[in-house]
Design a protein around this ligand. Structure first.
Ligand code: GUN
Length: 293
């Protein structure tokens, strides 16, 4: 079993991005600038956004964090989004999810200029992705693709089983892996909460992508020997022995599944790390205007 080391890959890609930023600057280009809108005080979201801001610093990007309390109005957020859409100093921006219940995520996403939608969540970017056109890929699927590519894991003709059909992970990764291309051409099955017999599918899989948000969803008896396992879950479970009182685990029963795998992503230190660098890659291409001109 070999670990798919997201931490190592992320460090490598950040160095590549930092070199490109330095080269851009030396040619009179501008520093890429990412903005993030964070609503409320969801502890996980605060950690994710802090990582995004820190990663921007590491590669030499500018970043702007816009924080609002959890009772912020939809109108105020729409106003902030319009300002960012029209601010020539901002290359791309994200609205960190999840949002409090009184806010309409769909309307807010639709308000984002697709050219600045570096999360790749706007229907224009999602549609372009589905059609194989140039677009911002959603960060987590993009991180998974980059991990498979950099480890040289073949996907053509392989059986891939994606577990979870969210808009931001399961649905887009199932489309990307089934499309023609270097990290594609797979036969993809998308499983979800209404799938009749999950293990029947996962046992066939050469590659499993687990993105459910629930610990121990994938157990050793559900995995074929030699499979590649990509664990997207980041779940907090109580652990009185940990300094913070909790620890992070994925959706996969790592101690029992990992000995059966050829490759597996750890949690933490796997897909999560790659998600952040994907956002940086999108922000860099936004600043170079490679997709929308
Ligand atoms: N919440 C969980 N993942 C993501 C992500 O990739 N982007 C945003 N904006 N929010 C998230």
């Amino acid at each position: 079993m070999e670990l798919l080391d997201g931490k190592y890959l992320a460090r490598q890609i950040k160095e590549e991005i930092a070199e490109e930023v330095a080269a851009l600057l030396s040619k009179g280009g501008k520093v890429p600038h990412l903005a993030a809108i964070l609503v409320g005080d969801n502890p996980a979201s605060q950690v994710y956004v802090r990582n995004k801001v820190k990663s921007c610093e590491q590669v030499g990007f500018h970043s702007t964090l816009i924080r609002r309390p959890s009772d912020v109005s939809q109108a105020e957020l729409l106003h902030i989004i319009q300002e960012l859409n029209h601010d020539p100093g901002i290359d791309g921006f994200i609205v960190q999810l999840p949002l409090p219940d009184h806010l309409d995520e769909e309307t807010l996403t639709l308000a984002i200029d697709p050219a600045k939608d570096v999360d790749g969540f706007h229907p224009v970017n999602m549609g372009r992705m589905a059609l194989g056109m140039p677009c911002y890929l959603p960060a987590t699927p993009c991180g998974i693709i980059e991990t498979l590519r950099r480890y040289g894991i073949a996907t053509a003709g392989k059986e891939v089983v994606v577990v979870g059909r969210s808009n931001i992970v399961g649905t887009p990764i199932s489309i990307l892996l089934s499309r023609k291309g270097p990290v594609g051409d797979a036969t993809v099955t998308l499983c979800h909460s209404r799938t009749a017999n999950l293990a029947e599918h996962t046992l066939r899989a050469d590659i499993i992508v687990a993105s459910v948000g629930s610990p121990n969803t994938i157990t050793a008896d559900m995995v074929k020997p030699g499979a590649v396992v990509i664990d997207v879950g980041i779940n907090r479970i109580d652990d009185p022995t940990a300094a913070r009182g909790y620890r992070l685990v994925g959706d996969v029963d790592f101690p029992n599944v990992s000995p059966k795998c050829s490759f597996i992503t750890p949690v933490p230190g796997g897909v999560g790390q790659m998600t952040v660098v994907s956002l940086l890659m999108n922000t860099l291409s936004a600043s170079k205007k490679t997709i929308y001109g």
